[in-house]
Design a protein around this ligand. Sequence first.
Ligand SMILES: [Zn+2]
Length: 513
Amino acid sequence: MNPPANLILHNANIITLDESRPRATATAIRGNRIAAVGTDADIFSQKGPKAEVIDCQGKTVVPGFNDAHCHPIALAASLLAVDCGPAAVRSIADIQEAIHRRAGQTPKDCWVRATGYNEFYLAEKRHPNRRDLDTAAPEHPVKLSHRSGHACVLNSKALELLEISAETEEPPGGMMERDLDTGEPNGLLFEMNTLVDGRIPPLTEGELETGIKLVNEAFLANGITSLQDATWNNSAGRWQSLRRLKERGALLPRVSMMTGADALEERPSFSQGSSADDLRLGPVKIIIQAVTGSLNPPQAELIQLVLRVHGMGLQLAFHVDEAGTLEAALTALELALRKAPQPNHRHRLEHCSVCPPHLMKRLKETNAMVVTQPPFIYYSGERYLATVPPGDLDWLYAIGSLRAGGIRVAASSDAPVVPFNPLVGICAAVTRTTASGQTLLLHESISAMEALQAYTIDAAYAGFEDNSKGSITPGKLADLVVLSSDPTTVPPDQIREIQVLTTILDGKVVWQK
Ligand SMILES: [Zn+2]
């Protein structure tokens, strides 16, 4: 006879995401695992004398959400930074006012960090420049990050401190806007974050912990019990700080951390001494870009890297967001798989934003999967409709076609690029509606159940964790979310209004509305 359960959820509409028993009304949890799933009568027979019982009053229970691609440390920094996102500011004047206010509360030699602006949503329809920021904060160094994470604006004080001037040469793939006569930078920098962040003092340990606690609270309030950190330059230092934050209880969701290719050699020494369910290593991330028309890394170099990582038996995660870079990744993967076939490689294409049919066919043949970002449809769809060229727009976030073509798709937010509420993502994947009410490729819509899969079991699959999470199945980790309504039965455009009522992580209630 099994020991009794210590937590019971009953009177619930449980969507298990487990094909062998798709629906149930009750579940029993023993320790940090799901012990049983069934009817109220089945489950009450397992109740221990001291068991906590939660009457769900007919509400819906789903597995904890898994954000398969996000950047928790950058998110922590952005939650501490001045919010210049489209919901907070409408013009460069608003940005100036917000930065001016923060500078007033910041000691003179400390950096003012601001984030989230997107010129498309600003009244002036242009990027701010150093002069705009000088007006707002003449005496503080200021860094204003673009919402994409691929550009930033520095004021004069910041440029001076970082020693960026007319003489500075752009790194490969980077670009600075300059005055045509003097060559003086105007403060707007593209793809130069490595250089900039390398010279700006990082957040202190205390700031980082404050920021991560905000991330923790926000993720749990949104039912996210697992996250996959897709930061390209993660290495030993990042692993150690995540571990410290976890040990101090500052970050409760389970973390899988990708590393960059630079950390290949040191990877094996990372994970010692940490619980694999709590903090584990994810795939090796490779960013492929075609900023100035040429591939970075070049195809031959990419092939060598992919052969090496695949040959080590490691999973790959390619950042590809246009057809050309997707093709480069597929060319390298096809070669690697021909040389060393491996049926269960689960290599991932992150974003895979533009996927025309001929590449989709090759993608299917490699048996790789896609990690997509449905919230982009909602938050950035209006901009895509206005700016993406027609040839690409036809295949943008083609989630329906990918699934119909037999390609596994996991979902994620890429936060802090856009907000991370999974119900907004599920809603966008189903309705294909943008925040302004336009529709982006309605025929690429998927069902609410399929979108739920993408945020749970398929996200777990993407992390090689589908045996321990992603569905409400006896034996799996007890990570569950109680929702105010059933996403599969409410009118689709109301899915994003659904509230998370309770979040259970590792068998414990960690958040309650
Ligand atoms: Zn990302």
